[in-house]
Design a protein around this ligand. Structure first.
Ligand code: S3P
Length: 437
């Protein structure tokens, strides 16, 4: 176990190059399994989750050459070799769900997906149910629709499906299965979720139709299409940017600039929310194609409390832990409503955010799936020991909380199980330290 030690009373100043977006990195690699040709990816996220996806596509026959700085050349002849495969997903829900969707219509005798203790607890019924409607042959070894899941070869047919909960992973699993299905597959959601699978489809020549109306966002794909090779620079991850932005906002004399960050609207709900909390944040768009990308600048602000509404949560789902840190540093009492989905993330994030903030002496109440956080800009316990609960976003949120102003100027926080940060962000502490002045 790694224990991070973080000192209080820091300021953050300057620029930092954050890693490539994790969601886009997974998808860019997975698309190689449906293409024939060569692809070059620049600024690939090199965290353990994405490396597990790279191992998966290599297992199924994609050739890869790795260079430094997240540059990767990939080559695939379009022929997946039949066999029996074991896929290790580690901590990654995106690999498990999208991977199962992708292979369920392939002519492979057996692919078995498994993951770590946390991933084995996460619900897979949200993809198993629609994929079975398409004709997929899936078997959960525990008969409870969790991992390990075995996928055996079968012929898929297109379906029309409406998701029960907005989820880009579910939408993407069905669209990827739809590529190998007979006929059209339509997936509809009440709320538009991140569109990275669709963005990658456009880049590698796969056609799809969209019909968007309020409360009804549908995407249709025609089965039997093949992708062609593509070259992309993956934009930086807004969910990782959120930690540095929050640090700049809640620490005095701080100003942080982050370049080339993905700015698609389904990913930057947290920026609007922080602006509602009185944050000083400037965003400037640099390019719109193939991804909406730009610069974010954030500086020390006197944050005020906020109410987050249930239907806003889908756009903030990964940023709630760091937004909770902002609420704990704001003036007044914030209410985060309808966080049910957070219970089935890498940890039960309602429970783990609450525990972590309480370790620092913050008042947090949980009412069903809502969190009520009272911000106390100065009342913090000193020399706290807290835990990441093996969840990367809790670890990073705790590291920002630990840097706050403290009357005992050299208070040092210990964060247990900090190594989980490597699932999404190698060198996180090095980057954070590079901003400290
Ligand atoms: C992701 C979608 C979100 C998000 C996860 C990554 C993706 O999950 O929380 O970190 O890459 O599609 P859900 O689809 O479960 O909301």
């Amino acid at each position: 176990m790694t224990i991070a030690e973080i000192s209080s009373n820091c300021n953050l100043y300057g620029e930092v190059a954050i890693p490539g977006d994790k969601s886009i990195s997974h998808r860019a690699l997975l698309m190689c399994l449906v293409m024939s040709g060569k692809t070059t990816l620049t600024n690939l996220n090199m965290g353990q989750d994405v490396l597990n996806t790279l191992n998966f596509i290599e297992l199924l026959g994609v050739q890869s050459k790795r260079y430094s700085k997240g540059i990767l050349e990939l080559d695939f002849d379009g022929c997946i070799k039949n066999g029996n495969y074991e896929v290790w997903c580690g901590n990654s829900g995106t690999l498990a769900r999208l991977g199962i969707g992708l292979v369920s219509g392939l002519k492979i005798d057996l692919v078995r997906f498994d993951g770590d203790e946390s991933l084995r607890k996460r619900p897979m019924d949200r993809i198993v149910d629609p994929l079975e409607l398409m004709g997929a042959s899936l078997q959960s070894e525990n008969n409870n629709k969790t991992l390990p899941v075995k996928v055996t070869s079968s012929s898929l047919k297109g379906i029309k499906y409406r998701t029960k909960t907005p989820s880009a992973q579910v939408k993407s699993a069905i669209l990827l299965a739809g590529l190998n299905a007979d006929g059209n597959t339509t997936i509809s959601e009440n709320k538009l979720t991140r569109r990275h699978t669709e963005e990658l489809f456009s880049l590698c020549g796969i056609e799809y139709d969209i019909h968007y109306k309020p409360n009804d966002y549908s995407t249709t794909i025609n089965g039997g299409q093949k992708a062609s090779g593509f070259d992309i620079e993956i934009p930086c991850d807004p969910s990782q940017a959120a930690f540095f932005i929050a640090g700049a906002l809640i620490l005095p004399n701080s100003k942080v600039t982050l370049n080339n960050v993905y700015l698609g609207q389904e990913r930057v709900g947290f920026l609007n929310l922080l602006q509602r909390m009185n944050a000083t944040i400037k965003v400037s768009v640099k390019s719109k194609y193939p991804f909406l990308v730009g610069t974010i600048q954030a500086e020390s602000s006197n944050l005020t409390a906020i109410d987050i509404l249930e239907d806003e949560v889908a756009d903030l789902v990964d940023e709630i832990p760091i937004l909770a840190v902002c609420a704990a540093s704001a003036q007044g009492t914030s209410r985060f409503n309808g966080l049910k989905e957070l219970r089935v993330k890498e940890s039960d994030r309602i429970a783990t955010v609450t525990e972590m903030l309480r370790d620092f002496g913050v008042s947090v109440e949980v009412e069903a799936d809502d969190m009520v956080i009272t911000g106390h800009p100065d009342l913090l316990k000193s020399n706290v020991t807290t835990n990441s609960y093996k969840d990367h976003r809790i670890a990073m949120a705790a590291s920002i909380m630990a840097m706050r102003e403290h009357s005992q100027r050299n208070s040092v926080t210990k964060i247990l199980n900090f190594e989980c940060v490597d699932t999404s962000y190698l060198n996180y502490l090095k980057d954070l330290n590079s901003l400290k002045v």
